[in-house]
Write a protein that binds this ligand. Structure first.
Ligand SMILES: NC(=O)c1ccc[n+]([C@@H]2O[C@H](COP(=O)([O-])OP(=O)(O)OC[C@H]3O[C@@H](n4cnc5c(N)ncnc54)[C@H](O)[C@@H]3O)[C@@H](O)[C@H]2O)c1
Length: 335
């Protein structure tokens, strides 16, 4: 199955990793391929990937797993290792891993030698349904998440759901959080699916990708509609930062963030009150949140010190109903 994103294709299917070499042959002439991955993914998959890319010389650079690797230090260190292994401007870089590897490697591809070709092979559910699509790449600073970054598109994205078989349940849930978000902002049937299911098939992955594709194609550089994808993320990022990216994973943090955004929508008379209970129940059942939930006021200071925001009032995404979202304004702190 192929989804066209205007400038690149997303290939999706079980066992599609076996076709990787053929897809690369179609776009790449040189002999060396450089792969950035993390230590878990390296242990699980480097031999398989190497055996598939048998006509290429494959060089791996592996980073420590986890959000802390989406940092300036790891960015520089990885670039230095790639250069030491001989990467040149005409070479191909592959991001093999979850959203951390994808965001970091994409940013390296965007900046090293003023831009080299790269492809995304997402190996977590979150990366398959969200982070590998749409061209946002970047790293975190201690002042906030994704503060250095770029828009940089891959040559193609290859999504093989077989990767998900080795993913642990907590990591799997992080992807479901982004799928619930996609359902809440644009596709009620996708949200409803999670009322009775906690595993996904290719069909639901495609539904989530469709939401992202539709939005990103309309507004690739996030001038307007793409902001909808940030539903739950303003307070989600604040939670991640408050706990130093350790206690809560991205999907868990945005799950609490989505509940705060729904409460805010109810306060602004935009969101019907039943939405809160329905979403809360699904998130609790999936295991993404636990009571007690966060109070918005305890997070406002992290919003105010988020360097992305130019003032105390900023764009904020609320729900008009399940499956319908809207861009509003939110003001935090003293008025
Ligand atoms: N660029 C975007 O548009 C965008 C969108 C959403 C999220 N993100 C970013 O994505 C990041 C989170 O990504 P994530 O949830 O994939 O986390 P992650 O990359 O840290 O991966 C989670 C864990 O799963 C392990 N793993 C990866 N694939 C595996 C596999 N197949 N089998 C077993 N273990 C495997 C990793 O080693 C890691 O320990 C955050 O930094 C977030 O900001 C980016």
């Amino acid at each position: 199955m192929k989804i066209s994103m205007q400038d690149y294709d997303i290939m999706i299917g079980k066992h599609i990793l076996n076709d990787l070499e053929a897809h690369i042959n179609a776009i790449y002439q040189a002999h060396d391929i450089f792969i950035v991955t993390d230590d878990h993914v390296f242990d699980l998959y480097h031999e398989k990937v190497k055996s598939i890319l048998k006509s290429y010389k494959v060089h791996f650079v592996s980073i420590k797993p986890g959000e802390k690797s989406k940092s300036y230090d790891v960015y520089l260190d990885t670039i230095e290792k790639l250069i030491a292994k001989g990467i040149k401007r005409n070479h191909l870089l592959i991001a093999l891993g979850g959203g951390v590897v994808g965001d970091l490697t994409g940013f390296i591809a965007a900046t090293l030698y003023r831009g080299i070709s790269f492809i995304q092979i997402p190996t977590t559910l979150l990366a398959q349904v969200d982070s590998s699509i749409g061209g946002k790449v970047g790293i975190d600073l201690k002042e906030g998440k994704n503060l250095i970054g770029s828009f940089y598109i891959p040559k193609f994205v290859l999504i093989d759901p077989n990767f998900l078989e080795t993913l642990n349940p907590r990591e799997y849930r992080q992807g479901i959080a982004e799928m619930i978000k996609a359902g809440l902002i644009k596709n009620k049937a996708l949200f409803d699916y999670f009322k009775t299911n906690d595993r996904v098939t290719e069909k639901e992955i495609l539904m989530a990708l469709d939401v992202k594709k539709e939005i990103v194609l309309k507004d690739p550089f996030e001038k307007h509609e793409r902001m909808l994808l940030n539903f739950g993320h303003t307070y989600g990022h604040a939670i991640e930062r408050k706990f130093n990216y350790e206690t809560y994973k991205h999907g868990e943090a945005i799950s609490y963030g989505m509940l705060i955004a729904i409460e805010e929508g109810i306060n602004q008379d935009l969101t019907p009150t039943y939405v809160y209970d329905e979403v809360k129940e699904v998130l609790l059942n999936i295991g993404l949140i636990k009571e007690p939930f966060f109070k918005k006021e305890t997070l406002d200071s992290y919003i105010l010190t988020d360097k992305k925001h130019t003032s105390k009032a900023f764009h904020f995404i609320c729900l008009k109903d399940i499956g319908q979202s809207v861009i509003t304004k939110l003001e935090v702190g003293e008025k």
